[in-house]
Design a protein around this ligand. Structure first.
Ligand code: 13P
Ligand code: SF4
Length: 319
């Protein structure tokens, strides 16, 4: 069952109560200026956070912003691996994640010893690490990618066979687009895999005029059934560019909040259970407390950071 995002979002219990929002937002803007901070936010963040972001984007866009910023401090509203990537690319800056417990279960599905065992099973192949990995795992990988550039990254490698960690479904989708053999690690996103083909078929029956979009972390049969498969910002661009008026958004519903704000004349239907609880941990009171008391500083041992930077920078050089 889908719901229209504007009708749904105000009932979401995780939001800051409405009367407090304007006051907290003003205090955050003041502190942000006085501390010389920049706020980067992922497309899955609550609208109250999206509204305050200096830059809103997908993992790739936010990595580029982190690398280019001249601010003293980056406050990253997203999950831990994203804030770590910002630190890897901007090691001289203070990087804060307003709730240090905002992790990514997919990123935690592989650690360095599991990666070593995977490499040993398939020797001689390069390891492409989805950016949804810890800094330690990136440090042991050859190159990173995001969902926006996985095809270009894999095609940039001279090898016909590559190892891909940790998302089995992004691996499978990328293999279909490249024609290379991709050996995927059996990780997955707990927010995307509950979306089934039956749910997509039901949504099409409910909204026959709608364009169906999904993230490549979805199951292969869901990606096959969608009209557009793209990163979060790729879906946003498609919603902007297409003349259609209705869209079913098969990914975390935070993205549809951005789409609806962007184009109030269009309707965006989401699956209310497609929520990433970690993304939704970041709220206005936590953002304010983080800026006020320097909560959630990202620290990475220098040798890990240097090694990981190689894999991230090789990715940024591809696109
Ligand atoms: P994007 O890079 O497409 O924004 O996706 C990040 C993510 O974690 C998807 O679940
Ligand atoms: Fe991780 Fe999935 Fe949340 Fe993305 S949506 S941050 S992959 S758990």
């Amino acid at each position: 069952m889908t719901v229209e995002i504007r009708e749904y979002v105000e009932q979401y219990p995780g939001q800051t109560p409405l009367p407090l929002r304007a006051e907290l937002a003003a205090a955050i803007q003041d502190l942000k200026r006085s501390r010389g901070a920049v706020i980067l936010a992922h497309n899955y963040q609550l609208p109250e956070i999206q509204d305050l972001a200096d830059y809103l984007g997908d993992s790739l866009e936010l990595s580029r912003k982190a690398a280019a910023t001249e601010a003293n401090m980056i406050v990253f509203c997203g999950v831990h691996f994203m804030a770590q990537t910002a630190k890897i690319l901007s090691p001289q800056r203070l990087v804060l994640l307003p709730d240090p417990a905002a992790g990514c279960p997919m990123a935690d599905m592989i650690n360095p010893s599991q990666l070593a065992a995977f490499r040993a099973k398939y020797p001689g192949r390069p390891v492409v690490a989805y950016v949804n990995t810890t800094a330690e795992v990136k440090a042991d990988s050859d190159i990173c990618c995001t969902s926006a550039n996985s095809v270009r990254v894999v095609e940039s490698l001279p090898d016909d066979e590559v190892l891909f960690i940790p998302d089995r479904y992004l691996a499978e989708w990328t293999q279909k687009q490249t024609g290379k053999r991709i050996i995927g690690y059996p990780g997955f996103c707990p927010t995307h895999i509950p979306l089934t083909l039956e749910m997509i078929q039901e949504a099409r029956a409910e909204h026959p005029q709608a364009v169906v979009m999904c993230h490549p972390e979805c199951r292969p049969e869901v990606s096959e059934a969608a009209d557009v498969v793209a990163s979060t910002s790729g879906m946003l661009r498609a919603a902007r560019e297409r003349p259609d008026k209705e869209f079913v958004i098969a990914t975390e519903w935070g993205l549809a909040c951005r789409m609806a704000k962007d184009d109030p004349a269009k309707r965006f239907y989401v699956f209310p259970d497609a929520v990433c609880p970690n993304m939704k941990r970041i709220t206005l009171p936590k953002l304010l407390a983080s800026l006020q008391d320097t909560i959630g500083e990202i620290e990475i041992p220098p040798e890990v950071l240097e090694q990981a930077r190689g894999a991230v920078e090789r990715m940024l050089a591809v696109v």
